[in-house]
Ligand binder design. Structure first.
Ligand code: FES
Length: 100
C-alpha cells in the first residue's frame, strides 16, 4: 500500500495527564471531517493526523503540513482551511496564516 505524499497535522490540544487542554480543540464541530472531505474533493494525496498540543497555543488553532514543514496559525474556519489547501495546490503557501 502506498504511503501518502503529505500529512496534515491538526492540533487537538491533548497534553500530559492533568494539564488543561490548549485552545486548538475549540474548532467548530466537523472540522476534521471537513478537511478530509476537501482532500478527497481536491484529489490531494494527504492524510489527516490529529495531534497533541504543538506548543504554539498563542497562535492556535494550529495546522502543520509535512514534510513541507509549513506551520499555519488561526485555522478556525472552513475559509482558513480552504486558503491553506488552495495555497498547497498553487505552490504558494497561504501567507496570511503562515507562522514565520
Ligand atoms: S493546544 Fe494547539 S498548539 Fe497548544
Amino acid at each position: 500500500m502506498a504511503v501518502p505524499e503529505r500529512q496534515i497535522l491538526v492540533c487537538q490540544s491533548f497534553r500530559a495527564g492533568g494539564d488543561p487542554k490548549g485552545i486548538c480543540h475549540k474548532q467548530t464541530d466537523g472540522f476534521l471531517q471537513y478537511i478530509e472531505e476537501e482532500i478527497l474533493d481536491r484529489g490531494l494525496d494527504m492524510q489527516v493526523v490529529a495531534t497533541g498540543c504543538l506548543k504554539q497555543c498563542e497562535a492556535g488553532p494550529i495546522m502543520v503540513i509535512q514534510p513541507d514543514n509549513l506551520w499555519f496559525k488561526g485555522i478556525d474556519s472552513e475559509e482558513a482551511i480552504d486558503a491553506v489547501l488552495d495555497g498547497l495546490e498553487d505552490g504558494e503557501p497561504a501567507a496570511e496564516y503562515l507562522i514565520s
